[in-house]
Design a binder for this molecule. Structure first.
Ligand code: URA
Length: 183
């Protein structure tokens, strides 16, 4: 994992570099059984260099709690490592420049389950251009690692009525973790 971070270095591969305060690489257990992928850092993540530390991060920590997990038990990263201005959606050239690194992070952690947070992360790991409604609940895998796609925590903060659905997705994560072979 250190090698990947070193390779990113003071990354200037896309235009997001000029506006960032910190590159947000990823945190947690590099040998985790569960890896979470989000979209891109927001303001607080850009300030601290850590993914999911703002309001949506606090909800994510609670979601992990329902699985009996703490942040340090899992690995958390984003598809895009630098904050898009005004939190706009990442653009195709930014995704093209940055996504090889999230793929390498996933391959290095080699988790038992991947939880993709939101449409953007789900599309990147499942590699299908479809709405989240079609990606949720379907069997998908990344090099034989099962993927569960769920709502992004910031969407859940805006639309709390969907939390029930997200809990269902988390139950699927729990079942998949329990079913995964040990070791
Ligand atoms: N939203 C994301 O997708 N990632 C973060 O790190 C923070 C907010």
């Amino acid at each position: 994992m250190l090698r990947i971070r070193e390779e990113l270095g003071d990354c200037q591969r896309c235009k997001l570099a000029s506006g960032r305060r910190n590159l947000v690489f990823g945190v947690g257990n590099p040998a985790a059984e569960l890896l979470l992928v989000g979209e891109a850092p927001g303001r607080q993540e850009d300030e601290t260099g850590e993914p999911f530390v703002g309001r949506s991060g606090r909800l994510l920590t609670r979601m992990l709690g329902t699985l009996g997990l703490e942040r340090r038990d899992v690995y958390i990263c984003n598809v895009i490592k630098c904050r898009p201005p005004g939190n706009r959606d990442p653009e195709p050239d930014e995704v093209a420049a940055c996504s090889p690194f999230v793929h390498r992070q996933i391959q290095t952690v080699a988790p038992k389950v991947i939880l993709a947070l939101g449409r953007f992360a789900a599309r990147t790991v499942i590699d299908v251009d479809a709405p989240l409604s079609r990606l949720r609940g379907r069997d998908a895998s990344y090099h034989h690692i099962p993927i569960v796609a769920t709502y992004h925590p910031s969407f859940l903060l805006r639309t709390p009525v969907m939390k029930r659905e997200a809990w269902r997705d988390l139950l699927r994560v729990r079942r998949l973790l329990a079913a995964a072979p040990a070791g």
